[in-house]
Design a protein. Structure first.
Length: 81
């Protein structure tokens, strides 16, 4: 199968990294907060499974989740230059 010149040019550029959150923003008409909440939901589910498996105190697990959520939000809210 022959590639057209435009396809060859694209392949010659090499791989390009697009951060997951940036990809979501460009493809959806949602606010950044909505996207962050959606991205965090999977992590929150995993955290709850770990807290349950290791019988972590509810107060401690809530504190950990709040700190992780805050850090997650800060990291994903930082604009990409």
């Amino acid at each position: 199968h022959q590639l057209i010149p435009k396809q060859l040019k694209l392949l010659n550029r090499g791989p390009t990294y697009v951060p997951p959150c940036q990809l979501s923003i460009s493809s959806l008409n949602q606010s950044i907060d909505d996207i962050i909440k959606k991205q965090y939901a999977s992590l929150k589910h995993q955290l709850n499974a770990i807290f349950s498996k290791y019988h972590i105190n509810i107060a401690l697990s809530m504190e950990i989740q709040q700190k992780i959520n805050s850090q997650f939000t800060n990291l994903f809210s930082t604009p990409i230059p």
